[in-house]
Design a protein around this ligand. Sequence first.
Ligand code: DC
Length: 233
Amino acid sequence: MPKTVPVLTIDGPSGSGKGTISRLVAARLGWHYLDSGALYRAVGLAAAWEQVDLSDEAAVAACAARADIRFETGPSEAGDAAAEPRVIVNGKDATHQLRMETAGAAASAIAALPAVRAALVDLQRGYRRAPGLVADGRDMGTVVFPQATLKVFLTASAAERAARRHKQLISKGISANLDSLRADLEMRDERDRNRAVAPLKPAEDAMLLDNSSLSVEASVEQVMGWWQQRRPF
Ligand code: DC
């Protein structure tokens, strides 16, 4: 049954706008949304809480297998299609901590470990529920949902992505420095692109969208337009 549920994947590097665009597209379609980056961030955090060495592949994979990660939409997020859901990790609200750049860097490090990725595959596929799923990440179209109906690969220049991330962090009350953000972002992209398992790259059948000079609305319209052309009914 789940194999008949349509999936739309949106992959791309950090700060390319995947999260916002995916949430808005999911809201327009009335579909579920999976933020796979939040799962990797949550596992990194759960491992840190348990004082597990982040380079110990088996121990981090065990953490991933037993982590209880939930997405919840609270009253302050309800009605705002672009709002990020709260993330509850092993019973604790980790939303704020997961947004920090340190959580992104830890996620990128553990995401290079094959056993950790393997531990998260079934969990991610479990989000495929009727009437449909929009999934964002790095390998949604290449590894997790290779049969997706529509695959989008989103990019934007490093300067633009760093500027967006800076604005996003400042608006959440998290202090940030533009130059170091850009350096961290480029380092993380480099690692995500060059790892041996599920590297960041467009699926062969992905539609490429460089949104450096596009508004969020225009990017959403482009994805919706592709979906209208692609959908089987
Ligand atoms: O999308 P994000 O910035 O929250 O992702 C954090 C890190 O998690 C990212 O640098 C690489 C990793 N990740 C991954 O390897 N595969 C995914 N599908 C999603 C995220």
